[in-house]
Design a protein around this ligand. Structure first.
Ligand SMILES: Cc1ncc(COP(=O)(O)O)c(C=O)c1O
Length: 429
């Protein structure tokens, strides 16, 4: 075993990694564009944008330049009682491009904390407001079955109950989970939601708009979701769009909430926010929510914040990433990837090994047919990973579901290579 692998094994504990059977971790020493390079100079195509974060490619010179400029000015300053130009600029820009009437941006560290902030904001909104008691008691949260909203306790509570959070099940707060909406179960879904809204004192409805990522790239019905959001809004329930995965162009629109007529009251963002180069999460909210926190009563303050809130380097990366995202060339690349995916979907959709192939914007997902239930712990995961790693492609499967979610800078040559290796892989099944 090379020294690096032995030391890694000895000292590092990797996320979402089965410690007994996982193969040794590949030591990535550099990354450029849509490629990773390991310590043996082997090249890999990053088919999953480094866990869905990377938008413009690794080591993008513009992002590096902007972060370097900021590094020389201010690497970090406290964000309570103080502010800084990059945060002000970013907040203004996000408010101007986010769907709905978003008016304020709250900064945090990652997707999970962006969700945690959203949940606390929504619950405290009802606590703070001088509503009649029936409103103040609104604490129930509605979520979708099969959802994933992160690994903190709030995020786990609103997520599906599964192996990810089994160990903590007795400690998670109670949530009403509604089936994922499709055309076929529209009536069932809407009836369950209506009954929930009548029976419970509901505070918020949280959803990954249009596509559930970690739940298996499940692309569901946007029209039924739209009706659900409308029903919740009518009942005074705060709607939270978790756009941690879908934000910044992944679904073909800048934000997936743009597919809906009814816009969220709160939006969670992370992953692509900084172009995938610095950690940061944000939670936006409409003015009505912010206003509930403006009160003479100090106990109604939003007591939440992290040491690195609105880190200036992260904010400068996010501003630089937005500069790139808004370029015509990037939007063209998003369209090109979406068109190529759709073409490949049509080509491969009759394949006998596939239960389903689905695509939305820059995401294409393949679900292998199997006697086992589909899901994250499906035994096909290791075979899929291993095949593609050998071919120099990084596609991290969700059990028997694998997908391409590439950085927007990926070259057509690389995308076509991934498609052809997927066809080769299916021949081995
Ligand atoms: C929809 C959604 N919400 C929240 C999260 C959690 O984000 P993070 O891993 O940055 O904490 C994820 C991560 O995959 C996600 O897909």
């Amino acid at each position: 075993m090379p020294d690096s692998a032995a030391k890694d094994l000895k000292f590092a504990w990797h996320p979402f990694t089965h410690l007994k059977y996982a193969p040794k971790n590949i030591n990535i020493v550099s990354a450029k564009g849509a490629h990773y390079f390991d310590e043996h100079k082997k090249k890999y195509i990053d088919g999953i944008s480094s866990w869905w974060v990377n938008l413009h490619g690794h080591s993008h010179p513009y992002l590096i330049k902007k972060i370097n400029q900021q590094l020389k000015k201010n690497a970090h300053s406290i964000f309570s009682g103080f502010t800084h130009p990059q945060a002000i600029k970013l907040a203004e820009r996000l408010v101007s491009i986010l769907p709905g009437q978003q008016s304020k941006i709250f900064f945090s560290d990652d997707g999970s904390t962006a969700v945690e902030v959203a949940i606390k904001m929504a619950l405290q909104f009802f606590h703070n407001k001088n509503y009649p008691d029936s409103y103040r008691e609104r604490t129930k949260i509605i979520a979708l079955e099969n959802a994933y909203h992160g690994d903190t306790f709030g995020g786990m509570s609103v997520g599906a109950r599964n192996a990810f959070n089994n160990a903590f099940s007795s400690l998670l707060f109670d949530v009403v989970h509604i089936p994922v909406p499709f055309k076929e179960n529209r009536t069932e879904v809407l009836n369950k939601l209506k009954a929930t809204l009548i029976k419970n004192k509901c505070a918020a409805f949280i959803y990954e708009p249009v596509i559930q990522g970690a739940g298996g790239m499940v692309m569901y019905n946007k029209d039924v979701l739209d009706e659900m959001v409308a029903l919740c809004k009518k009942a005074g329930v705060i709607c939270i769009a978790d756009e941690v995965m879908t934000g910044f162009g992944r679904t073909g629109k800048l934000f997936a909430s743009e597919y809906l007529k009814n816009k969220p009251d709160i939006i969670c963002l992370s992953k692509g926010l900084t172009g995938g180069i610095m950690p940061m999460g944000v939670t936006s909210c409409v003015e009505k929510i912010y206003k509930a926190f403006i009160t003479d009563d100090k106990t109604k303050t939003f007591f939440h914040g992290h040491s690195y809130t609105a880190n200036p380097l992260s904010c400068s990366a996010a501003n630089a990433s937005l500069d790139l995202l808004q370029k015509k060339e990037t939007l063209k690349n998003i369209s090109k990837i979406s068109e190529a995916h759709e073409k490949f979907r049509k080509k491969i959709s009759g394949n006998k090994q596939l239960k389903s192939v689905r695509c939305l914007g820059t995401i294409i997902a393949f679900e292998l047919k199997s006697k086992e239930n589909s899901g994250y712990l499906h035994s096909a995961a290791e075979k899929i990973s291993e095949f593609f790693i050998q071919k120099g492609i990084i596609l991290r499967p969700l059990g028997n579901i694998f997908y391409i979610l590439p950085p927007y800078c990926i070259k057509m040559k690389d995308l076509k290579y991934i498609y052809s290796e997927i066809e080769n892989f299916l021949k081995t099944c």
